[in-house]
Design a protein around this ligand. Sequence first.
Ligand code: ASP
Length: 351
Amino acid sequence: MRSLLQLAILFCLGVVLYGCQETGSSSLTAAPAQDPYSGSAERPEYVLVIHGGAGTILKENMTDERAAAITAAMNAAMDAGEAVLKAGGSSADAVEKTIWVLEDSPYFNSGRGAVFTNAGINELDASFMTGEDQMAGAVGGITNLKHPISAARAVMEKSEHVLLTGKGAEEFAAGQGLEVVDPSYFFTQERYDALQRALKGEKVEQEKIDVDKKHGTVGCVALDKNGNLAAGTSTGGMTNKRFNRLGDSPIIGAGTYANNATCAVSCTGWGEFFIRYAVAYDVHARMAYADATLKEAADAVIHNTLVEKGGTGGLIALDAQGNVAMPFNTPGMYRGYLKAGGEREIKFYEE
Ligand code: ASP
């Protein structure tokens, strides 16, 4: 009788254990297919991600010609960064070289192609950060430097400060040998016309206002062969911004952040919201303190925190394992990524 009871207990135990195994394996098979942006378990040799701004990018307003020109500029920027990373260069060099190409293109709101302030001038902001050591540099209100991103990097590497603005930043950068241009270099008719419409305060429908204020900041995050992350952001700000206004792009923790322990982030969107919600730092913090994955952290900030408050925009983020996230809550965001081995993608619209 006793042995019968023992047998029964053993049988029950066996059934329970078998059940557990089954549950375990079925939950594995039921796991969602791998997100294309959340890469393999193995860290790619290098990864580079870019954005060219988020906003009211609508298919119906886009010509094939314009789309091709923007794609070509983005590919050229990514090529420049990849050449650095492939050769074993640093993520910092890759970020700077990539952003140079975008700053030189009139299609983006940074460098040549920057939007105008209410005073009819271009004031440029940029920031730079390295994930290895949390070194950071930024410039704001620049009117005559061809590559604000290099000025931001110079502040990081050659000064004891993090953020320089206006004349002080320009003088410092010129003293470092960075290229100075006449402010008229930044003029583009399209951006000037957008300012005129905004100044007239035309009662245009909301859609039109959004197009005119169209975000178009550029940014880049990269992971190099040594496992170091870096991030950079460069912008003209927002059309018709009050002169001397600074947005999130030159603010470390708002527009840009990098930490090898978690991720590198570059943001684009309505700067005032990105500053108030410390967006770039919040992605890092959710990973560092709440154990969030890159995707969970980036999605929560863009789709929950910002949406709840009415903040529009997006970000690109890259973690130390080479996973990529590019969420946005606007109709579109110019964005692209590449990984060692040839994987490359450029997208404008839906996530
Ligand atoms: N974030 C930028 C700013 O507020 C604008 C943008 O990303 O388009 O200055």
